[in-house]
Design a protein around this ligand. Structure first.
Ligand SMILES: [Zn+2]
Length: 392
């Protein structure tokens, strides 16, 4: 019986979507997840197998119903496509290659010093990406796309970085330049937005649909996820809480020229400046994190005060946006950090009681979160399979 082509295409799409969402799945579960008959599922899998797009991954898991044998589980084969995620921070970059279920196939990183020009950093990204692809055992040919994260608001329409934040990256042809260098279509996105996507899909916000994310490192970044979707705002700056005035009358001067922005009080840069009196100007962010971890009283007090200031701003945002959780990441947003604990206390105290409790959690994915979020952005984009699946 040959089903009409459109119906068949829809069924193939449903099986691929289920595999993408659930990773490795038994044939019986695939039938349940897609609402298709087991016979149809088996026939579609044979077709996908013929095209090299699925693989039998293992024989663990629940019995499949026949003679009590463990069910064979099928998953998308990397040749169904892989996603490349790359994310820059101020001093390093991470790259991951994942399959279309976001399983990490390989991960690479590199550090750099000073402020190299964007062209040099794009070359470095391409080199690190090639290393990750090679380690994953795939070529650029199976890339379905790539995404690149940068520590700047990114214009959602043009993919341009903000020239006031990241001058050397601010080129109207950035997306084309990176696409050409990586040999695949590339999306450019803000780093905190990507970390938020990753935390909501795989990390501390897993299973939630409404979350606020804050990255506390040298600076402060943030992101808003509502109804499972990133909300970028007009200029891509939604969730950027760094320049919300906290002490506008008497606070320290901010890089933006105003006084008392949250960033000027609670960023890693501000904490290092404050701690220079006790620890000298040589202390860097890693050093600060180590001081906090071993209970240095000054570092603990400074990060706790920063957490309180960040929490006060977040409490207002929570009251307005009603998230299920706030996830705090970046080098200073780690489990057990006085910053996360103080922010949690302040949010619990200040958030309006009618919106219900807001969970405050440290990020779970560490410094690979941005690259993972970049890969997830690629996988989430529409119609990955349209031109790849033979519908015979
Ligand atoms: Zn400012």
């Amino acid at each position: 019986v040959s089903a009409p082509k459109e119906l068949r295409a829809g069924n193939v799409g449903a099986v691929l979507a289920a595999l993408r969402e659930h990773g490795s799945v038994s044939r019986t579960d695939l039938a349940r997840l897609t609402g298709l008959s087991r016979t149809t599922v088996v026939s579609i899998l044979e077709q996908l197998d013929g095209a090299g797009l699925v693989a039998v991954r293992d024989r663990g898991g629940a019995p499949d119903g026949r003679l009590g044998r463990p069910a064979a589980r099928v998953a998308l084969h990397p040749s169904a496509g892989v996603a490349l995620g790359v994310c820059f921070s101020r001093e390093d970059l991470h790259a991951v290659v994942t399959d279309l279920s976001l399983r990490v196939l390989a991960e690479r990183s590199a550090r750099f010093e000073g402020r190299p020009p964007a062209t040099a950093l794009i070359d470095l990204a391409a080199e690190v990406a090639d290393g990750a692809l090679e380690a994953a055992g795939v070529t650029r040919r199976v890339l379905v796309g790539a995404a690149l994260g940068l520590p700047s608001p990114i214009d959602p329409d043009t993919g341009e970085a903000d020239p006031h934040v990241l001058r050397s990256w601010a080129s109207p042809s950035l997306r084309e330049m990176v696409s050409e260098r990586l040999g695949t279509s590339v999306r450019i996105e803000n780093d905190a937005n990507l970390e938020a996507l990753a935390e909501m899909a795989l990390g501390a916000g897993r299973g939630l649909r409404h979350g606020l994310y804050v990255h506390v490192g040298w600076g402060i970044g943030g992101a808003v996820v509502l109804d499972g979707r990133l909300r970028r705002g007009r200029a891509g700056a939604a969730g950027e809480i760094a320049h919300i005035p906290v002490r506008p009358a008497d606070g320290p001067l901010c890089t933006c020229g105003r006084r008392g922005c949250l960033k000027s009080i609670a960023s890693g840069r501000a904490l290092l400046d404050a701690l220079a009196v006790a620890h000298g100007g040589e202390l860097d962010l890693d050093g600060l994190v180590r001081l906090v971890a071993r209970g240095d009283p000054g570092a603990e007090r400074a990060t706790s005060d920063a957490g309180d200031a960040i929490g006060a701003v977040l409490a207002g945002l929570c009251t307005a946006m009603n998230p299920e959780a706030v996830v705090i990441g970046g080098p200073l947003g780690v489990a057990g950090s006085p910053l996360v604990e103080a922010a949690g206390r302040r949010i619990a105290q200040d958030v309006h009681p009618t919106i219900g409790p807001v969970a405050v959690r440290p990020a779970a994915l560490g410094d690979v979160g941005g690259a993972l979020g970049a890969a997830s952005l690629v996988v989430r984009s529409a119609d990955l399979f349209g031109h790849r699946v033979p519908l015979g």
